[in-house]
Unconditional design. Structure first.
Lengths: 624, 292, 446
């Protein structure tokens, strides 16, 4: 969903369209009555009822998009929570004679409870399996609705639900629903802009990275799942106002197609996108379903297919697509899909400024204490022993490199330390606490930061957001569901970005940067996490010699000024010798030897293991 | 329960398992090798069933069956090929929501087209093998037994294909080790199309086999699809044996579950409870292998 | 087969056109040269597709025929009547959408009822809310007119309700002398309602008969059930003397077809009492088993009288088929409305209603029926009999030895009706939707 329009203008257009949509929605009743009086439409009552249906659908779809667009979760159970809301109102009204307004307040709570319980089960699995689990859960809830005759009326459903007297006047009904939907949308909007929403976006963009900056991914997913279920339940609770009966088929898994199609039509990326889609869908459905029911299916399928293949961003992405088209016509040529930056960031790196950046926070600790201790650490995959019996002690302030040929177990070792993998045997101690097998986000919070071998950034977030959101997560601010995430820590982050040369690119989507510049972001993030120890997994991979020198100069300086402990693994020997004070050599999962860089270099065992590799390095160092 | 009764319900469950197995095997194969959730799988089943009924009725009972079988499976396979080449090729590697939506859209299109072409109402045809026989005091339609035998034969054929042919080896590699497959020089594009067509043909075969024993209309794909999902998940993606075991379980649960008062309301829910358990405890299914 | 029907349709259309022309071109002394003040819509949301498409087809044809006949006589209050028909695919949600569309968009003056009671249960409240006359000629659960939450002053029923029908079925079953009875019924309001009535009547007239399958296994999912093997096996396993069912339309057709595949003499071994109509007989044709004990609402071949015979000829000449029970009842419904609205001189729902409730109307079924106040139910009868060969007269079996039960004999007793409406008959007291006539004080003491 790259935007080719400059950020500001795209935002302005989107805001304008959103406001227009809201205004249009607000004037549906008087507009319909005016049109009817002019003889342009047959019945304003009908249009108003359609409008109410569209509003409810909008609420339902936007709540779905909380999960889909903001957290990247594909759920098949959302219709079930909608159904739960509708059934709750129906049962309370018909069986217990509770007022509609009270039922309206209770229904979302019931849906949320069902949501959190079933969501907990569903989130035992990830991605594809999560989706399948939601399918199973949806069918289970459907079986309950269909089978539990005493509670739900079974196949019949519950009928004859009467709306309260105040709402029999159609315009009043419309504005009542408009109010409820409006408030709900406002709440959801605040949520997605808040630090909590920032955490969701981080999860969507890169789950692994999100974990390593301290986000408990499962907890946030469960939270957004429950919130979405709550609003779906609210939408379902409004439903009896337009249709006085609820039936079990409302919970069938195929019913989820409606919010998905609506969201797709309107646009996943824009908050009100599904709202636009809801009105389009309702109008389309109504005008075609009477006379062309089968053609409607074919048409709907064709439209969805078209949107999926051509404009995955839905109608909200049409301005972008048109701009693309215009550029093509005007002859600016097809826009290259490559990066817009040329990797100059590192060249502009200002080490002094970086070192002083407020974004980098470190707690002072007494020098020389043992910070990280690995005790007989082992990891096996089936019969393969990736790491075996590793004992290692890293002291505060150390700069320690781990080297070894490919397959020596370096990355696995890092994974064991940061919690990405659980050891088969042995223990890991950090700052006196046993962190063996703890989840990655807790280890990150404990003070271990990590830069990954493969660049792990949040590609569709801006460079600035990458840094800001990492800071928000690490400092525990992402639990806050209000406030503007994009304003918090902005200055600090900008300062650091300027220092590492990324200042000019702050508002570009990180995925558009060149590889080297992305490594710079990676570095900035790992520095900003306020870690006491940073694990750098091949930090200079893919960088030019110049970039490498600059990056390591930065790292060294910060380590010195802020008393950071460094543990890194590297192939580039110049980095090792330039930065490390002590070196461990690994071979086939075991530690071969340890010592200063010079000791290690002249060790015949090490040379044998590295046969050919050190020679190659020497050849490269020699002038051509 | 006397042995005659037990046999009656067990066989009923087997007959259900028969066509469910064939359909689920196709879905599971496509799932496992292509990692695509094909929401249009039920539509292919439905179209084949409709075509076979229409052709068989046109040609007359008896002689009509074989041509109708061939026609229906060919139609399903052809539609499958078109889907794969025109749509799926474009969405491989995308988020699986995109694939879901694309195949769902195709399901809508096929369903609407089927209603337009064939009309929305039920059709029936007579079974190619008529007659009933009595075993231990209860009557069985011979055709139900034919279904069971047919499914067994198809299962054996699938197994043979997967484990004795080069194509099968490549498919298994696609299921368990996609990277190896890419590196091995096999024409992956063609392989994917082949797998999808096989899956579509299996869906069609399931539809043709079951059509004479029930009523057929454009909606029959919906309920089969969700059962096929459940079976594929329970049995394991990409596993033929898994699909067979899963189908057997589902078929027998439905057959026996519906007759006992205590389990009547929950027979179908039970299938989804098992599906949930499998997904939480062992997501790759009873006979599948965890993704590397 | 479609080719022949197509030809007939073409002929029928041509015939209809000629008739309309003839009507318009009549001499001035008759009402031939009619000028209408405008057009009014009467709405119908019906199953043109889906499980009950068999019925919807007949109903929509009959309604159009009725509209034409009404217009030929000058319309209603000098307005031309248009049959505004929408398809709801036998689904509840569609029926609700359609009725909203018909009432709010098309401003219909009256509606004919849907096919299934599930649909009527959902649409009747909307009709009530908008004060639209709703005439049920197909859906027939007695709860629709007596359940306190569903009572609708604008709802009129010209079809025997489930109480009446279940009672008739119970009497029919008792006559066969069966001792062990197996029940299969669609699990929704209609099925449950009629089955309960059957069981209650059976207890009265055949106290020694037992139902051999337990209540939770009586019901099968509704509406779509393409496979019946479980039920067929269950029947075999329990070896009943008689199978009672009220499954209908496509379900009945499929069930019979599949049972015959399992055992061609299935229905000789396990005779069946079931709801049926000319539509099911016609759908299966010669394949419909003989010796089935059927109860039908308005089979033309058993209700021969001048009005019916003329209608059969008329309908057949236009459509090339025989009018099914639904066609007959919906025609009656349209004619009733026309008469009442003309008598009221207005389309105002309250005024028209005043001309319906307590009044009597002609019926194609050969008698006059009266709409009683209270549940606004017509005292229409039910036909019971056993299927036998028609001797070549019709392409399907007809009822031999048939009896036309009188409406007054099977009508729900007034005191029961009143107690139901007063909410005195709830199985779970204080709980909606558990109304059951067998829980009424008056029933218990009878």
């Amino acid at each position: 969903m790259r935007s080719l329009l400059p950020r500001r203008q795209a935002d302005r257009v989107r805001w304008g369209l959103s406001i227009l949509l809201l205004v249009l929605a607000a004037i549906v009743p008087p507009a319909s009555q005016y049109l009817e009086a002019q003889g342009l439409i047959e019945s304003s009552r009908f249009e108003i009822v359609l409008g109410v249906t569209a509003l409810i659908l909008a609420l339902w779809a936007i709540s779905y998009n909380l999960m889909l667009g903001y957290a990247g979760m594909v759920s098949f159970a959302h219709a079930a929570y909608y159904g739960v809301g509708a059934y709750t109102v129906a049962i309370l009204l018909q069986r217990y004679n509770i007022s509609y307004y009270a039922a309206l307040a209770i229904a979302p709570a019931v849906a949320a409870v069902v949501g959190i319980v079933t969501g907990f089960v569903a989130l035992r699995a990830v991605r594809l399996y999560f989706s399948l689990l939601t399918l199973a859960i949806s069918q289970l809830l459907y079986s309950v609705a269909e089978g539990w005759y005493g509670l739900t009326g079974g196949d019949n459903g519950i009928n004859g639900i009467t709306a309260p007297d105040q709402l029999t006047d159609y315009p009043t009904l419309y504005y009542f629903v408009f109010l409820i939907v409006g408030v709900s949308l406002l709440l959801m909007f605040i949520l997605v802009r808040s630090p909590f929403g920032a955490a969701l976006l981080a999860i969507r963009e890169n789950r692994e990275r999100a974990r390593s900056v301290g986000i408990n991914v499962k907890a946030y997913e469960l939270a957004v799942y429950t919130i979405a279920a709550l609003f779906a339940g609210l939408a379902g609770a409004l439903f009896p106002l337009v249709q006085p009966s609820v039936v079990p088929s409302m919970l069938f898994w195929t019913e989820n197609a409606t919010p998905v199609v609506v969201t797709l039509l309107g646009g996943v990326g824009a908050f009100l996108g599904p709202g636009l889609g809801a009105f389009i869908y309702t109008g389309l459905y109504n005008s075609l379903s009477r006379d062309f029911p089968y053609q409607l299916d074919v048409l709907l399928g064709a439209v969805v297919l078209g949107v999926v293949l051509v404009a995955p961003g839905g109608f909200a992405s049409v301005p972008d697509l048109l701009a693309q088209l215009r550029r093509r016509i005007v002859g600016e040529g097809p826009v290259a899909a490559e990066a817009e930056t040329k990797g100059e960031a590192m060249q502009m790196l200002d080490v002094t400024r970086a070192v002083e950046a407020h974004a980098i926070q470190v707690e002072p600790v007494a020098r020389g204490e043992v910070l990280l201790k690995l005790e007989n650490l082992s990891k096996s995959f089936g019969g393969l022993r990736a790491v075996e019996g590793v004992n290692l002690e890293i002291h505060e302030g150390d700069r320690h490199a781990i080297i070894g040929p490919n397959g020596a177990g370096k990355s696995t070792l890092f994974n064991l330390i940061t919690g990405r993998m659980r050891p088969s045997a042995g223990r890991v101690w950090f700052d006196g606490r046993d962190i063996t097998g703890r989840p990655p986000h807790l280890i990150a919070k404990a003070g271990i930061g990590r830069a990954f071998q493969i660049t792990m950034i949040f590609p569709r977030l801006t460079v600035l957001q990458n840094l800001q959101y990492a800071m928000l997560a690490h400092r525990g601010r992402t639990v806050q569901p209000w406030g503007l995430a994009d304003r918090i820590y902005r200055d600090e982050a900008m300062q650091l970005l300027d220092a590492v040369g990324l200042g000019p690119y702050a508002d570009l989507p990180a995925g558009q940067l060149s590889h080297g510049d992305q490594r710079a972001i990676e570095l900035a993030i790992s520095l900003a996490l306020g870690s006491r120890m940073i694990l750098l997994d091949e930090p200079t991979a893919g960088m030019s010699a110049f970039e490498t020198r600059k990056a390591m100069e930065l790292v060294r300086r910060i380590a010195t000024e802020r008393n950071l402990t460094l543990l890194f693994c590297e192939h580039d020997m110049s980095v090792v010798f330039g930065t490390a004070r002590t070196v461990t050599v690994m071979h086939q999962g075991r530690i071969l030897t340890q010592g200063t860089p010079e000791e290690v270099r002249s060790d015949p065992e090490v040379q044998a293991v590295y046969l050919g590799e050190l020679d190659v390095e020497d050849e490269e160092a020699a002038p051509a | 329960m006397d042995p005659g009764k037990f046999l009656l319900f067990a066989t009923g469950g087997l007959a259900d398992a028969a066509y469910l197995f064939i359909v689920a095997a196709g879905l599971s194969l496509v799932f496992g090798a292509l990692r695509v959730i094909n929401m249009a799988h039920g539509s292919l089943y439905m179209i084949a069933a409709l075509v076979s009924v229409v052709v068989a009725n046109r040609l007359g009972a008896g002689i009509g069956f074989l041509p109708s079988l061939i026609a229906a499976v060919v139609v399903a396979a052809a539609i499958g090929a078109v889907i794969e080449v025109t749509v799926l090729k474009r969405v491989y590697g995308h988020e699986h929501l995109v694939q879901l939506l694309a195949t769902y859209a195709i399901a809508l299109i096929i369903g609407g087209a089927a209603r337009l072409i064939f009309g929305p109402n039920y059709r029936t045809t007579t079974a190619p093998v008529q007659g009933s026989l009595t075993l231990l005091g209860y009557s069985y339609s011979v055709y139900a037994l034919v279904m069971i035998v047919a499914a067994a034969l198809i299962g054996v054929a699938m197994y043979g294909m997967l484990f004795r042919t080069r194509l099968g080896r490549n498919i298994r590699a696609a299921v368990s080790d996609p990277e190896l497959l890419n590196a091995s020089g096999v024409n992956v594009t063609l392989l994917y199309t082949t797998v999808f067509v096989i899956g579509a043909a299996l869906a069609g075969l399931g539809g043709v086999i079951v059509a004479p024993s029930q009523a057929v209309d454009p909606t029959i794909g919906d309920s089969v699809l969700v059962l096929a999902f459940a079976i594929s998940v329970i049995g394991g993606l990409g596993s033929i044996i898994g699909s067979a075991v899963g189908a057997l379980m589902v078929g027998e649960v439905i057959s026996f579950g519906l007759i006992t008062p205590a389990t009547n309301s929950f027979a179908l829910a039970f299938v989804f409870i098992v599906m949930t358990l499998v997904l939480t405890v062992r997501p790759w299914g009873l006979f599948g292998r965890p993704e590397s | 087969m479609s080719g022949v029907v197509g030809f007939h349709r073409w002929m029928a259309a041509a015939g209809a056109a000629l008739m309309v022309l003839a009507a318009c071109g009549g001499n001035s002394s008759s009402s031939g040269a009619v000028t209408f003040k405008g057009t009014k819509n009467i709405g119908l949301s019906i199953a043109l597709t889906g499980q009950s498409a068999l019925y919807g087809h007949a109903i929509s044809q009959s309604m159009k025929l009725a509209a034409d006949d009404i217009n030929a006589k000058g319309g209603i209050n000098s307005y031309k009547i248009n049959a505004d028909i929408l398809d709801d695919a036998t689904q509840v949600a569609n029926a609700v959408n359609n009725i909203k569309s018909l009432i709010l968009q098309d401003n219909v003056v009256a509606m004919l009822g849907n096919v299934t009671s599930a649909q009527c249960q959902a649409t009747s409240p909307i009709a009530k809310q908008n004060k639209t006359i709703f005439i049920a000629a197909t859906c027939n659960s007695y709860q629709l007119t007596t359940e306190p939450d569903l009572i609708n002053p604008y709802y009129i029923s010209v079809v025997p309700n489930t109480f009446m029908e279940g009672t008739a079925a119970g009497q029919l079953a008792a006559k066969t002398g069966a001792q062990k009875i197996f029940i299969v019924s669609p699990k929704y309001l209609f099925g449950i309602s009629e089955t309960n009535a059957f069981v209650a009547e059976l207890k009265k007239v055949a106290p020694n008969a037992t139902i051999i399958n337990s209540p939770s296994t009586w019901y099968v999912p509704f509406p779509t059930n393409p496979r019946w093997d479980s039920t067929i096996n269950a029947i075999q396993a329990s070896k009943p003397d008689l199978v009672y069912s009220n499954i209908f339309a496509a379900d009945e057709v499929n069930f019979i077809t599949q049972a015959l595949q399992v055992d061609p003499s299935f229905f000789q071994k396990y005779p069946m009492t079931t709801l049926a109509s000319v539509d099911e007989l016609n759908a299966l044709g010669a394949k419909y088993p003989l010796g089935m004990h059927l109860y039908q609402r308005a089979p033309f071949f058993a209700l021969s009288n001048p009005a019916m015979n003329a209608f059969v000829t008329h309908y057949h000449s236009v459509y090339g088929e025989y009018p099914s029970d639904w066609a007959v009842m919906d025609y009656d419904a349209m004619m009733m409305y026309a008469k009442a609205a003309n008598a009221a001189g207005s389309f105002d729902p309250d005024k028209v209603r005043a001309q319906i409730v307590g009044h009597s109307f002609d019926s194609l079924r050969g008698y006059k029926f009266t709409i009683r106040s209270g549940d606004q139910q017509a005292n229409v009868g039910e036909t019971v009999g056993t299927t036998g060969d028609s001797g070549g007269k019709y392409p399907f079996p007809i009822l031999v030895n048939s009896t036309n039960l009188k409406g007054d004999d099977i009508l729900m007793p007034a005191v029961i009706m009143q107690q139901l409406q007063a909410g005195q008959c709830e199985k779970t007291p204080g709980t909606a939707n558990t109304t059951d006539f067998s829980a009424c004080p008056a029933w218990k003491t009878s």
